[in-house]
Design a protein around this ligand. Structure first.
Ligand code: DQA
Length: 139
């Protein structure tokens, strides 16, 4: 089982700042991840939440299961020590994904509190980053 976990505002993909995040909807993202997982022969659980406590509970479960995680923590990336601490408990691979190139954007997006506990980071490749993350985990 691989968890693909998405944080705040990612349910708004498609309508949310399309010049930055593209026109792909959250449902398109889910469909793409499911089809990639099928090709790779793995089971994925794809989730999105706007509630930090819910994300933390999902990360605890992934930690207990020793599962691999693809995480786009949205804006929590930049300031949530609680999400980072939950990520630090993971025992599997953790790939941090960002649709946009956060380093080309506002200064506050240049720092991630999660990167220090992640296996690797993919940013700026659009939703293709999720495919690459899943392929890496299954390599
Ligand atoms: C994001 C980048 C974050 O800075 C932003 O807050 C998001 C999305 C991305 O996928 O590019 O919500 O994680």
């Amino acid at each position: 089982m691989i968890y693909v976990l998405n944080g705040p505002n990612l349910n708004r993909l498609g309508t949310r700042e399309p010049e930055i995040y593209g026109k792909t909807t959250y449902q398109d993202l889910v469909d793409m991840c499911e089809s990639v997982a099928e090709d790779l022969g793995v089971t994925v659980e794809i989730r999105q939440t706007n509630a930090e406590h819910e994300m933390i509970e999902w990360l605890h479960r992934a930690a207990d299961e020793g599962a691999d995680v693809v995480l786009n923590a949205g804006a929590w990336t930049h300031y949530s020590f609680a999400i980072r601490d939950a990520c630090a408990m993971l025992r599997g691979t953790l790939i941090e994904v960002h649709i946009s190139n956060v380093h080309q954007r506002e200064e506050f997006r240049h720092h991630s509190v999660i990167t220090g506990v992640a296996t690797g980071v993919i940013a700026g490749l659009g939703i293709d980053g999720y495919r690459l993350a899943l392929e890496h985990i299954c390599r």
